[in-house]
Design a protein around this ligand. Structure first.
Ligand code: NI
Ligand code: MN
Length: 228
């Protein structure tokens, strides 16, 4: 069984008996992380979609104290190396990599990377045979359909905040293309510019029969089962 914990914004910890992963480890300054400090986070992998501060967050500190492997694009990986991270796996959009937990794909994301010359990305993981898509910060793009055809998505983590990323209506179209079993909205209500109603998003997606939506409160856990 794979467990997902939400720490607010786009920060999640995914875990299994054997290992754990944090996505976009924005802890300091993120109200959703509550009393958790970067020093409390012990994981095996730190996945960073791009270098904006609300995503790169506390990646360097977490990698240093937990000896985690930082996984990101080449440019963001080099930035972290220059800040003292030693265990780094870099890749780029379109690439697939095997890890002890399964495999990972670097997926496209329509967004800035926060590093000159870089690209933002998302991640698809086959994590102990559970399919997880973490979209990162992205606008809607039609190649999401391709990902839905290539991979089995048990759970999709999608931004709905609008302004910097997809809003709820575009995210609903993303669900149509990705065909996940469960959707968890992210990247909303952290700042005034991304205020949204996730319950309305849930009602629309579920009324249209597209997927089950789990609106996670910060600190909440969700068990994700492999469906096939
Ligand atoms: Ni961003
Ligand atoms: Mn962001």
């Amino acid at each position: 069984m794979v467990k997902l914990v939400y720490l607010g914004h786009s920060c999640f910890i995914l875990s299994h008996q054997q290992d754990s992963i944090i996505f976009d480890p924005y802890i300091n300054g993120n109200a959703g992380a509550g009393k958790i400090a970067p020093a409390d986070v012990n994981v095996d992998y730190v996945l960073v979609s791009h270098a904006h501060a609300d995503h790169l967050g506390d990646a360097v500190e977490i990698c240093q104290h937990s000896n985690a492997v930082l996984v990101s694009t080449f440019e963001v990986g080099n930035l972290c190396r220059s800040q003292g991270v030693s265990r780094i796996h870099t890749g780029h959009v379109g690439g697939r990599v095997n890890f002890p937990f399964g495999y990972l794909r670097f997926t496209p994301a329509l967004h800035g990377s926060g590093v000159p010359g870089g690209l933002a990305c998302g991640f698809y993981l086959n994590y102990h045979q559970v399919g997880i898509y973490f979209a990162g910060d992205t606008g809607l793009f039609s190649d999401m359909k391709l990902l839905g055809q290539l991979e089995d998505i048990d759970c999709a983590l999608l931004p709905i905040g609008d302004n910097y990323t997809m809003g709820p209506a575009d995210a609903e179209m993303a669900v149509q293309m990705l065909r996940p079993r469960v959707v968890v909205p992210m990247h909303y209500n952290t700042f005034e510019q991304i205020a949204q109603d996730p319950v309305l998003f849930k009602e629309n997606v579920e009324t249209n029969g597209l997927a089950r939506v789990e609106v996670m409160a910060p600190g909440q856990e969700l068990e994700i089962a492999r469906s096939s």
